[in-house]
Ligand binder design. Structure first.
Ligand code: PBG
Length: 344
């Protein structure tokens, strides 16, 4: 720790600026920096995404996401236990569906016994007080890798929404606490809300991926859920153009009007400006997804020694708090929570 101590001889000879305002005074020591700190990351801010796959007692590395594994259901339950111990309030589930079960219509998405539903039941049985979020979209289940139904090269909006409602319902029946539609179809929040309410799931929350961009940063995730090789074309007819900002506000406004309890901006670090605008404009519980590509990028530099791991991870997460996030979906959730438990 460097400290500035006045020295009489230096004071006589050194040039001195005539400054009455010296912002460095508030940074002179750790206690002073702590005292004026504006934002603090806590474990309460973290949502931990996990990948589920078939099998028992099985963990498979995801090559493009060093440190992240696909887990069999029993192993997901073990990670849920870790989340509870680390005070992480909520986990998010994504399936790696056996390619044999993928079809044009993504029918495995509405199977009440699919990997996600099995996981939710197993987790809720052991840890009923841990929040569980389920992604709603068809891409882990379709043979073409799109989030919606495809006909003659086009994504069918309204037909897709009908399937998404059924997907949300099987997840809610399994015990999911938060339905998180990531598909970007028009009108899906209202339809899912109506579907949940009609089935009596009045307390199931909706966190909408409201401002979700067509991003190159999802590459490693598609590796993890096995849709990278199969995806035909791109998702630009439903995910947002990365050049747009006002459009994000219109998307968020619609999702709120349709009944979203919480909204999300995705990806994270390249879209901090969007996060700030959304939070300032709507004052909603606002979440951000530090996506797979951001994780891969940081891990690549950390693993080569080009960036210092712990500091880089904590700085990247604190930046989201500063930009207005109430919570962060991040693959770094356990590392960050462990760091926070240790204290500074
Ligand atoms: C599925 C979905 C994606 C992500 C979350 N839900 C991928 C996509 O839209 O292609 C990305 C998460 C990440 O990259 O970490 N619709």
């Amino acid at each position: 720790e460097m400290r500035d101590t006045p020295r009489a001889d230096a004071a006589l000879t050194a040039p001195r600026l005539d400054l009455s305002i010296r912002p460095r005074r508030n940074r002179k020591a750790e206690w002073a920096r702590r005292m004026v700190r504006e934002n603090a990351l806590t474990a309460d801010d973290l949502i931990w995404p996990l990948f589920v796959s078939e099998g028992h007692n099985k963990r498979t590395a995801v090559a493009s996401m060093p440190g992240v594994e696909r887990l069999s259901v029993d192993q997901v339950v073990r990670e849920a236990e870790r989340a509870v111990k680390l005070d992480i309030p909520c986990i998010a589930l994504f399936p790696y569906t056996d390619p044999k079960l993928r079809d044009e219509a993504g029918s495995e998405a509405v199977n009440a016994d699919n990997l996600v539903c099995q996981s939710v039941r197993a987790i809720k049985k052991e840890f009923p007080d841990l929040g569980v979020l389920c992604d709603v979209a068809l891409d882990p289940y379709t043979s073409h890798g799109h989030d919606g139904l495809l006909e003659d090269g086009k994504i069918l909006n309204d037909e897709t929404v009908a399937v998404l409602v059924r997907q949300a319902l099987v997840q809610a029946e399994a015990g999911c606490d938060i339905i998180a539609p990531s598909d970007m179809m028009d009108g899906r929040i209202g339809a899912i809300r109506a579907g949940l309410d009609a089935a009596g799931f009045l307390d199931v929350q909706i966190m909408s991926y409201a401002a979700k961009y067509a991003s190159a940063f999802y590459g490693p995730f598609r590796d993890a859920v096995g849709s990278a090789k199969t995806l035909s074309g791109d998702k630009r007819t439903y995910q947002m153009d990365s050049a747009n900002s006002d459009e994000a506000l219109r998307e968020v406004e619609l999702d709120i009007a349709e009944g979203a309890d919480m909204v999300m901006v995705k990806p994270g670090m390249p879209y901090l400006d969007i996060l700030r605008r959304v939070k300032d404009t709507f004052g909603m519980p606002t979440f951000v997804y530090q996506v797979s590509g951001e994780y891969a990028m940081l891990m690549a530099a950390i693993n080569t020694g080009w960036l210092e791991g712990e500091r880089t991870i904590m700085e990247s997460l604190t930046a989201f708090k500063r930009a207005g996030a109430d919570g962060i979906l991040t693959y770094f959730a356990p590392q960050a929570a462990e760091r926070l438990k240790k204290g500074s």
